[in-house]
Structure formats: C-alpha cells, structure tokens
Design a protein around this ligand. Structure first.
Ligand code: PGA
Length: 255
C-alpha cells in the first residue's frame, strides 16, 4: 500500500518571534508546492499561535507535548487545549521528554490516549540509547515503548498515529543512523505492528526516521522501503528543511 510521505520539523526550544516568522515565511514559498508530502512543523508552545497565523494552510502545526487533562498543571498544555487552538498534531514520547524530563511509559501512554480522544494526530517517538544499541537491545527497547502506549488503541484511531524511530544517539549529535540501521529498525517496528495489531495497520501506518537528518543524508534514507519520512530537529530550523521535503517526493526505490 502506498503511504503518504510525512515530514515533521521539531523546532524544540529554539527561535524568536522574528526568526520563526522569517523561517516559516520562507517555508511558505519553498514547501507548499509539494502537496504529495504531509508537512508539519512544531514550534515551542509560546509561538504556536504566531506560527499558525504565519504558516501556509498546507503546512500543519504540531504541539511538542501535552498533558492528558486541563487543570492545575503549571507550565503545561493539555490535549484539550491543543485541540482548542486548532492544532491537529502533537509529538509524544520524544526522547528529550523521556530522558531529560523523565517521563515514564505510563505517563506517555496516558498522553497518547488523551490526545487520541481529542482526535489529534500523534507523532509517537521511540528509540534506543547508545548503550542499549551496543548491548543489542534496540528491538527490545522499541518494542517495550510501543507495547506500553500502543496496544490499547482503538482500531479507528490508528489512522491518527505516526511512529518516529529516533535513536537517541543520533539526535542532535550529527551522527545519523546509516540507511541500513534505519531500515532495519523501521522494518522491525512494522513487524511489531503486524504481530501485535494487524496487517492492515502495519501496512498503512507511517514510520519515520529521526536523528541528525539533513539535506545531504535524507535521499539515501528516503530510498529505504520502510522509511515513510522524517522527524527533523536542527535542520528544520534552517531553509534546508525544504530540501528534505522535496527528497520525499521521489518515488521509492525497492531497497
Ligand atoms: P535532530 O533532532 O534532527 O536535531 O537530530 C531530531 C529530533 O529530535 O526529532
């Protein structure tokens, strides 16, 4: 089955009103001519309204996180509020949330559930740390992270899940996974979906690669069969993000 390519840009905690306005205006010119790719950008919470107002309607806007419930949670934004702001997407389970802010599997699972209940599209991140890869635990770690959050999803909600395989050792390090490593892990994730959910979810769910993707390395990664696009950090805050989007327009080679 053909899956619509998906490219997400995670600006993380970077930018100012002025720098993000000019960045996104540049994307309006360079990216919106590629309707065959679903393009989503995720600015920091404080700039969501600004970026939403500036971005062309063909560029989706995502929150970088949310909590399950509205209420007395200082500094947080709830799934309900993400929805209310007219934002269709939220990134959940990002490694910086897991490892810097110590979010647990149970907390992430509750966030996924709440976001899906609001009909948000969840960009769900999984990936192993360097010591886990070196101990041959990549599959174990990714499967564990998926099992914790994805096994109870209602069949109708799977269309609102995109999975990003993001090895922690490749994020923000300039050390990209090789196309073979990225293909191997994304294929494993697809096989988990087939074994634990069903064949149709396995063939329809978009699986992204993330970790030091840039304009130079994206074409070789894109060529791999199970990589349906990218979640991009650093390079999404530069004009080269449009080159990554354009790379995903090319028909896939069967590698
Ligand atoms: P990076 O970040 O592209 O800067 O490595 C990727 C991510 O955190 O999604």
């Amino acid at each position: 089955m053909s899956r619509t390519p998906f490219v997400g840009g995670n600006f993380k905690c970077t930018g100012t009103a002025s720098s993000l306005t000019s960045l996104v205006k540049g994307f309006n010119d360079s990216i919106t001519g590629y309707p065959e790719v679903e393009v989503v950008i995720a600015p920091g919470t404080e700039y969501l309204g600004l970026v939403k107002a500036v971005a062309h309607r063909n560029i989706g806007i995502s929150a970088q996180n949310c909590v399950p419930k509205s209420g007395a949670y200082t500094g947080e934004m709830s799934a309900e509020q993400v929805k209310d702001m007219g934002l269709p997407y939220v990134i959940l389970g990002h490694s910086e949330r897991r490892h810097v802010f110590r979010e647990t599997d149970a907390e992430i699972a509750a966030k996924v559930k709440a976001a899906l209940a609001q009909k948000l599209c969840v960009i769900f991140c999984v990936g192993e740390k360097l010591d886990e890869r070196e101990a041959n635990k990549t599959q174990e770690v990714c499967f564990h992270q998926m099992k914790a959050a994805l096994t109870t999803i209602a069949p109708a909600d799977w269309k609102n899940i995109v999975i990003a395989y993001e090895p922690v050792w490749a994020i923000g390090t300039g050390k990209v996974a090789s196309p073979e490593q990225a293909q191997e892990a994304t294929a494993l994730i697809r096989s988990w979906l087939s074994d634990n959910i069903n064949a149709s979810v396995a063939s329809s769910t978009r699986i992204l690669y993330g970790g030091s993707v840039n304009a130079k390395n994206c074409a070789d990664l894109w060529a791999r069969r199970d990589i349906d696009g990218f979640l991009v950090g650093g390079a999404s805050t530069k004009p080269e993000f449009s080159e990554i989007v354009k790379a995903c327009v090319k028909p896939k080679a069967k590698l």
